[in-house]
Design a protein around this ligand. Structure first.
Ligand code: ADP
Length: 384
């Protein structure tokens, strides 16, 4: 019997040569007080500072119009800064044109050359850099293996599926060992299953190549699935930045809580510094550790509880002591396989809410009056 050791990160030819980008050795990208003002009511990007660590997978997430693409274009050099600086590994690049920044780009449209084969498309950036033929041949073979397109070298883009074309574009974007790979909604044009498959591919390729990836999306699931860290954008500013787990578990604001995952939201108005708060005639325990550090909490706050942290009691006697609870009505029941989603009306105001309970917790009916409860340490008091 042989014992399998975990595979070491593969050092592929693509990452060697000029920039030795083995895992965690990409370029550090630093934005300092960056603003882009198009002369509209508010700047597209409004005084943001952000450091993307070498080899990090950073996602710029946010609603449409929040400034993600403009930020990516400022990193790429497609847009000029109104103020602030962009640097790569402590070298300022603010005034460098795009072609001197040595970045890989991947867009929603694959932008492949239709009259060139897969191999010719992928070789293009290397030919532009006047790399010797034999080295080009090896690098193209290596990168096509990396994106699992070995054997397709001679195909034309029109002979490939959308997903395969996007993998060719990805191969072309990383074959020259760029300082970083910038990806602007690259999976936006693909259907759901293909999207999921390519997310897995992109994660694997990021692990193997080890360079810095900056990914723009408005899709929170995609961001959570892919990223080391997420910068959540709102109106040209960064609302919050952190690991997916941190943003999900410890949102600072109602915007962050709502943008990443489902929540039950109880608006409080002013002040929940710790101790207790009142909602709908109930007094709730507030563990100070669950109050967001955000200064806005003092003016307007809300209690946020994730659906998986909500429990249901059929009677108020079934609510354990030391927890927070509220009366609710079951508005709908959705069977999701391993669990059930309850659509709830919370409190006298019938505030919409949701809970996720084990599928075997049977017997609840639509219209039934219940008590919902959660442990105070599972709630989060955020700025509303
Ligand atoms: P996102 O990528 O988050 O959807 P963008 O960065 O594309 O947002 O846009 C941010 C804001 O800047 C939007 O209000 C958009 O209309 C504006 N904007 C983007 N590009 C331009 C431009 N070239 N000229 C004028 N306004 C622009």
């Amino acid at each position: 019997m042989s014992i399998r050791t975990p595979a070491a990160p593969r050092t592929i030819e693509v990452t060697r040569a000029d920039s030795p980008a083995s895992p965690r050795q990409g370029t550090r990208i630093r934005l300092e007080r960056v603003t882009k003002d198009y002369g509209l009511a508010t700047p597209a990007v409004d005084d943001i500072s952000l450091t993307i660590e070498p080899g990090e997978f950073m996602t710029l997430l946010g609603p449409s119009g929040s400034g993600k693409t403009t930020t990516l274009n400022l990193i790429a050099g497609f847009e000029t800064l109104t103020s602030g600086t962009v640097s790569f590994n402590d070298r300022e690049v603010s005034a460098l044109p795009p072609h001197k920044r040595n970045l890989g780009m991947l867009f929603q449209s694959y932008a492949l050359f239709p009259h060139m084969t897969v191999a010719q498309n992928v070789a293009y950036p290397l030919r532009e850099r006047r790399m010797p033929k034999e080295q080009i041949r090896r690098k193209v073979a290596d990168v096509l293996e990396l994106v699992q397109l070995t054997g397709r070298d001679g195909h034309y883009p029109s002979q490939l599926s959308g997903g395969q074309q996007q993998r060719v574009a990805l191969a072309r974007a990383i074959v020259f060992s760029p300082n970083a790979l910038l990806l602007d909604e690259p999976l936006g044009a693909l259907d759901r299953n293909l999207r999921a498959a390519l997310q897995t591919e992109i994660r694997r390729i990021h692990r193997e190549v080890g360079s810095t990836f900056v990914f723009v999306t408005h899709d929170q699931e995609e961001a959570m699935n892919l990223s080391d860290r997420i910068a959540l954008f709102r109106d040209g500013r960064i609302e919050q930045i952190g690991t997916p787990e941190h943003l999900y578990q410890a949102p600072e604001t109602l915007f962050a809580a709502r943008f990443l995952g489902d929540s039950n939201v109880f608006e409080l108005g002013a002040g929940a510094a710790g101790g207790s708060v009142a909602w709908g005639g109930r007094e709730w325990v507030v563990d100070p550790a669950t109050v967001a550090a955000h200064p806005g909490v003092r003016e307007r706050s809300a209690v946020v509880v994730r659906p998986e942290d909500i429990s249901i009691a059929r009677t108020s006697e079934g609510v354990p002591s030391g927890v927070n609870s509220v009366d609710a009505v079951v508005r709908d029941l959705e069977f999701m396989g391993s669990y059930r989603t309850l659509v709830l009306g919370l409190g006298a105001a019938d505030t919409p809410g949701t809970a996720r309970v084990p599928a075997f917790e049977a017997g609840l009916t639509i219209g039934e009056h219940v008590s919902v409860w959660w442990r105070p340490e599972r709630q989060r008091v955020v700025a509303a």
